[in-house]
Design a protein around this ligand. Structure first.
Ligand SMILES: [Zn+2]
Length: 257
């Protein structure tokens, strides 16, 4: 069984002393590829330095809504020219998006809109962070006539909200949230969406699944998320794994990993 961790902050300092070991362990668990999102310009070189497609380590570059205030207009030009040069291992723009629980949402909208424009010009998928802003994300994508690939990562929300994004062509990121019995709404969403719309991710080291200490999440736990998803859908992990793998490949434009 082959799995892809579509969103994992493997560049974060938490992994500094355990990165190689976690990669080996993840591979033993069937995780054959992972994608590291870049969240701020300051971190882009670190993210790029970890790129190792032959070992299944890929990356994206973007400006996360939490960090918009530390960026300047020129950072968008740098982002666009870097992505347009298609550096090896780079598979998307992200993470970008909106977060209603953090900072000024109007400022975030400007930066998100600008990055949606860049992604469509360079023809790369968008990796989207959305916290209590699913309808606004939908609005921005609609008004930009977005028709490319996109992942709304770490999705937490209702079936109706997810369905609108899926109808627009977005994939929905399934993370550790669904391993908690109390996450009724999100569990119901993931049980009902078409399997063709779902992509597995850990968002490690954050979003620890049940039983894993806070801040110590790792791609090693991706199978736990998959088993939780299979359980919610009344299927076996073996039944859903191939489609989940294929979905991540389609999202990132791989013919197979
Ligand atoms: Zn993230």
């Amino acid at each position: 069984m082959q799995l892809i961790d579509a969103h994992c902050h493997f560049d974060f300092p938490y992994f500094d002393n355990i990165r190689d070991q976690e990669l080996v362990r993840a591979r033993q668990e069937g995780v054959s590829a992972l994608v590291i999102p870049g969240v701020r310009r300051h971190d882009w070189p670190r993210v790029r330095a970890l790129s190792a497609p032959e070992q299944g380590v890929w990356y994206c570059l973007g400006i996360h809504p939490w960090y918009v205030d530390e960026h300047h207009e020129q950072d968008l030009s740098l982002l666009e020219s870097t992505l347009a040069s298609l550096p090896p291992g780079c598979v998307g723009l992200g993470e970008c998006g909106l977060d209603a629980l953090w900072g000024d949402i109007d400022r975030q909208q400007e930066w998100f809109r600008a990055q949606v424009g860049i992604a469509s010009r360079v023809n790369l998928p968008l990796i989207i962070h959305s916290v209590k802003t699913h309808d606004q994300i939908y609005g921005v994508l609609r008004s930009a006539n977005w028709s490319g690939r996109a992942l709304v990562h770490g999705f937490s929300g209702s079936y109706q909200q997810a369905r609108k994004l899926v109808d627009l062509g977005c994939y929905i990121g399934v993370g550790g949230v669904i391993t908690y019995a109390r996450a009724h709404k999100t569990r119901d969403t993931m049980a009902r969406l078409p399997i063709e719309a779902l992509v597995l991710e850990t968002d490690a080291p954050d979003m620890a699944p049940a039983g894993v200490p806070k801040g110590k999440n790792s791609p090693v736990y991706l199978p736990q998320i998959m088993r939780a998803l299979a359980g919610l859908r009344g299927q076996s992990a073996e039944q859903i794994a191939p489609t989940l793998f294929e979905n991540a490949c389609k999202l990132y434009g791989w013919s197979g990993v």
